[in-house]
Design a protein around this ligand. Structure first.
Ligand SMILES: Nc1nc2c(ncn2[C@@H]2O[C@H](COP(=O)(O)OP(=O)(O)OP(=O)(O)O)[C@@H](O)[C@H]2O)c(=O)[nH]1
Ligand SMILES: [Mg+2]
Length: 316
């Protein structure tokens, strides 16, 4: 079945996470009740704001960064995950600026500067020459509602001086490291991955792209065995992928030849691996929101109790 934006409908990547939706609903109800009930003397607005912030954090799509060395196939993978054949902008070929793909009702492009200011880019605009922190591309693609994709410049790209991008500044929840199947998981990549934040090290998928360029039929298996031995403990999953083969059948029904190509390309395995990582992140996030909510509620109740105590002392 073809859906909006051309991507296929099933799969956990775009499914609504019901427990998260329930927690958001409960938070919203609690916040609205507090807002209605809060007399100014109770000074509950910090609790209301904290509930609202927790709600917002929970409602935000997860953000997956795609990282790796130059030409490893990062932008092609970003397109595959977003369910688009190619981006409506040339900014993307030879990525020089981190590019965030997110959901928008109409296609739009924004330039975000280092100071956080944003400027909408229209077809008659010239790309500004100031230092740009990020390009943000909004697309009406259903899948991007649940997952945003950050396509990064290639590491050790001489044009950016090889300086690694600060992923913390981009508020990334998970990362995919792209490595070329034909020369996979080099020493330089091991070093770069180990230097990422420890938090992301436990939230990463290793994707060996260009799988179709492996010469012998036995090569994919051998590569997978080697990668599991060398990188198995650094990633939650390892997948071999031919991105171009997957993109070629991306919008088609997963039956017959197209279905077989989808599976053989490694795209199905990638979606399963990424889907289960994102699911566990959503569960962690919902559990953290509940813990936070109970702390907020305790503080608010304490405040109400203190206020009652003060009021009854004043009445004596
Ligand atoms: N055969 C084959 N070619 C691929 C695959 N993935 C990407 N390519 C090609 O490899 C080249 C580089 O792909 P990109 O997706 O632009 O790579 P990138 O990592 O974003 O490159 P930079 O942004 O310059 O670092 C392009 O010509 C792609 O068409 C793949 O799985 N198989
Ligand atoms: Mg690129």
């Amino acid at each position: 079945m073809r859906r909006e934006g051309g991507e296929l409908a099933d799969g956990t990547l775009e499914a609504v996470h019901e427990p998260t939706a329930r927690v958001i609903q409960q938070l919203r109800q609690a916040r609205v009740r507090l807002e209605r009930a809060a007399a100014p003397e109770l000074r509950l607005s910090p609790a209301i704001r904290a509930l609202w912030r927790t709600e917002m954090r929970l409602d935000r799509p997860l953000r997956v960064a795609i990282y790796g060395e130059m030409n490893a196939g990062k932008s092609s993978l970003a397109n595959l995950l977003a369910g688009i054949e190619s981006l409506p902008t040339a900014v993307i070929s030879n990525t020089r600026i981190p590019t965030l793909l997110y959901h928008a009702d109409e296609p739009e492009i924004w330039m975000v500067e280092e100071d956080g200011s944003k400027e909408r880019l229209r077809s008659d605009n010239i790309v500004p020459r100031r230092s740009i922190f990020r390009v943000e591309v909004g697309l009406p693609t259903r899948r991007l509602r649940a997952m945003q994709i950050l396509d990064l410049p290639g590491l050790s790209d001489p044009r950016i001086g090889g300086a690694p991008v600060d992923l913390t500044a981009h508020q990334v929840d998970a990362a995919i490291w792209c490595t070329m199947s034909t020369q996979a998981w080099k020493e330089s990549e091991r070093t770069a991955w180990s230097m990422l934040s420890p938090r992301l090290n436990a939230r990463g998928v290793l994707v060996a792209t260009h799988r179709d360029l492996l010469a012998q039929p036995s090569d994919p298996r051998k590569l997978l065995v080697r990668l599991r031995a060398e990188a198995g403990t650094s990633f939650t999953s390892i997948v071999l992928l031919s991105t171009l083969e997957a993109i070629a059948v991306m919008g088609r029904e997963r039956r017959g030849l197209a279905g077989a190509t989808w599976i053989a390309s490694g795209a199905e395995a990638l979606e399963t691996a990424l889907g289960s990582l994102l699911l566990s992140l959503r569960e962690q996030r919902a559990a953290a929101a509940l813990r936070m909510t109970s702390r907020i509620a305790q503080r608010a109740l304490q405040r109400i109790d203190n206020n009652r105590g003060a009021a009854s002392r004043a009445a004596l």
